[in-house]
Design a protein around this ligand. Structure first.
Ligand SMILES: C[S@@+](CC[C@H](N)C(=O)[O-])C[C@H]1O[C@@H](n2cnc3c(N)ncnc32)[C@H](O)[C@@H]1O
Length: 511
């Protein structure tokens, strides 16, 4: 699902600008372009995120606001703030546009209560006989505004957020899915906002109200009194259920969502008889939430299955021998185990080389709990690692890249954090052996050349060899070890003969 969804974003971005409104309205949408930015960063699509931000700066209105029709809207402006906040450290030129957008949000709000601006009745929030969109969706502005206050050192923004949050909690109905205007899409904005603002208990009540309508096939109707489904709302509810740890409901919602995806990678706004929320247009915001929910689905899978993974690995496992032989003496070196699981490789390295500075990164919090003391633990994704360029002398990534939603960006990121002369070792399964083991729907196995090409194009001198595993000491073709060194000055052929001469990859043979 994810690869096709990422393809849809690229196909529906207007060159040099932002994302379209829908497949039929090919006009850039500021609000959605704004909130796509953190999603793009999580996918390692930094260049596209920067492009979106630059375009947004170019369409900021004179008063600092954002909107589609020349008018400023709080919700839209808040979503651009969400994008700018995610990027401002990388792009300091966003600081002034960010400040102007935040100031506008606060200036136009009710000073007494902190109630944010609401479009005039019968305008962009009208829902026909169902009334107007619940103004509680403006809660989705507050977390970005709070983050802006922290980043820009503006305590006034944070005080405003506290006051405003209280206003909504006390004056707006936030947790009743049976309300006539509670389209899952809008309703889930409110629930996600509550979670991100630290009001998980309120969101639990809200999600329980929606959960009462979830069908056995995972579908949640777009409104409590219809049978059709809003794709975005379905993805958003899955996302919030994952965030609240309600994995069963979330997994069921995802199973239903996956079937809805069109061959283009996009989603119509709604599906089913009498569907009336963009039923024949692919809407850009559906793809964002489908991607976010799918990423959480992977993390949740590992959180839930943590018990089936082994805590330790034998030093005689050919993969361990391969790692130790290739990386050499690591004392005094900075080592990263990316997608470390329970840190069984990191632990072997630390034990063998106590002076190594070993960091273990994983997307799953539950896995990280098992990483032994003495190793730095970092929760995060391989596509967007919180490390500077060239921060490590050695990087290993073992049976983890196969779960990363964008392999090219994964290899790019693993190479980026490697210092000049540093070594990367990826061990994963061979595409030609697909079918040999049961695997989740998103898992990918790789061809030998496929990863080699990616390593080469990221400035690594690379080669690949079959490698044994577990008690299979002679390589049986299931696992491949890709090794590469950054900015190695001699030719690839020399590297290969050097590796062979020193028998660096014990337990391996060439294809
Ligand atoms: C099969 S386990 C392998 C763990 C470890 N490398 C080992 O061999 O013991 C795969 C691990 O990759 C992690 N993972 C999956 N996607 C990830 C991502 N995008 N970023 C970081 N870790 C990820 C999972 O949480 C899981 O712990």
């Amino acid at each position: 699902m994810l690869e096709r969804a990422i393809g849809w974003i690229k196909d529906n971005t207007i060159p040099g600008k932002g994302i379209v409104i829908t497949s039929k309205r090919e006009v850039c949408y500021p609000e959605v372009t704004g909130y796509y930015i953190p999603t793009l960063l999580s996918l390692g699509e930094d260049k596209l995120a920067h492009q979106y931000a630059r375009w947004l700066v170019s369409v900021q209105q004179a008063d600092g606001s954002f909107g589609l029709d020349g008018k400023g809207y709080a919700f839209d402006t808040g979503q651009v703030v969400r994008g700018f906040v995610a990027l401002v450290e990388q792009m300091p030129e966003l600081e002034s546009p960010l400040r102007r957008a935040c100031n506008w949000l606060i200036e136009i709000a009710d000073a007494q209560t902190g109630r944010l601006q609401v479009p005039s009745a019968g305008g962009v929030w009208k829902l026909g006989s169902r009334g107007e969109v619940n103004e509680g969706i403006n809660l989705y502005v507050l977390k970005p505004l709070r983050q802006a206050g922290e980043l820009l050192n503006e305590p006034g923004y944070i005080q405003f957020v506290d006051k405003s949050l209280n206003y909504y909690l006390e004056n707006v109905t936030l947790t009743d899915f049976s309300a006539a205007n509670a389209l899952t899409h809008f309703y889930a904005y409110i629930q996600e906002a509550l979670v991100e603002l630290g009001c998980g208990d309120v969101a639990c009540a809200g999600m329980a109200s929606a959960g009462r309508y979830q069908d056995s096939d995972g579908a949640v109707p777009a409104y409590s009194d219809v049978t059709w489904v809003c794709s975005t709302g379905q993805a958003q509810l899955a996302q919030v259920w994952y965030r609240l740890g309600e994995n069963e409901r979330a997994d069921a919602a995802m199973r239903f969502l996956e079937v809805l995806q069109n061959p283009s990678g996009g989603f119509f706004g709604s599906y089913g008889r009498q569907a009336d929320y963009f039923p024949d247009e692919e809407i850009s915001w559906a793809v964002k939430y489908a991607i976010e929910a799918a990423q959480l689905q992977i993390a949740s899978h590992f959180n839930q299955t943590v018990n089936i993974y082994q805590n330790e690995i034998s030093e005689s496992d050919p993969r361990v021998e391969g790692v130790l032989n290739y990386l050499g003496d690591l004392n005094g070196k900075r080592v990263l185990d990316a997608g470390c699981g329970k840190g069984r490789y990191a632990a072997v390295i630390k034990q063998r080389y106590p002076q190594a500075d070993v960091t273990a990164l994983d997307i799953s919090e539950e896995m990280l709990r098992y990483v032994p003391d003495g190793i730095n633990k970092v929760q995060g994704g391989i596509l967007d690692m919180p490390f500077g360029d060239g921060q490590f002398d050695a990087v290993i990534c073992i049976e983890a890249l196969e779960h990363v939603v964008n392999i090219e960006n994964g290899v790019k990121e693993l190479s980026r954090v490697l210092a000049g002369g540093g070594k990367l070792m990826i061990i994963d399964k061979n595409k030609e052996k697909l079918g040999q083991l049961k695997m989740p729907s998103w898992e990918k196995w790789f061809g030998r050349e496929e990863l080699l090409d990616m390593m080469l194009s990221n400035g690594l001198r690379a080669q690949a060899q079959f490698i044994g595993h577990d008690k299979v000491t002679e390589p049986d073709g299931l696992f491949i070890a890709w090794i590469g060194q950054k900015e190695y000055t001699i030719s690839t052929r020399d590297v290969c003969s050097d590796l062979k001469r020193n028998n660096i990859l014990a337990g391996t043979n060439e294809k």
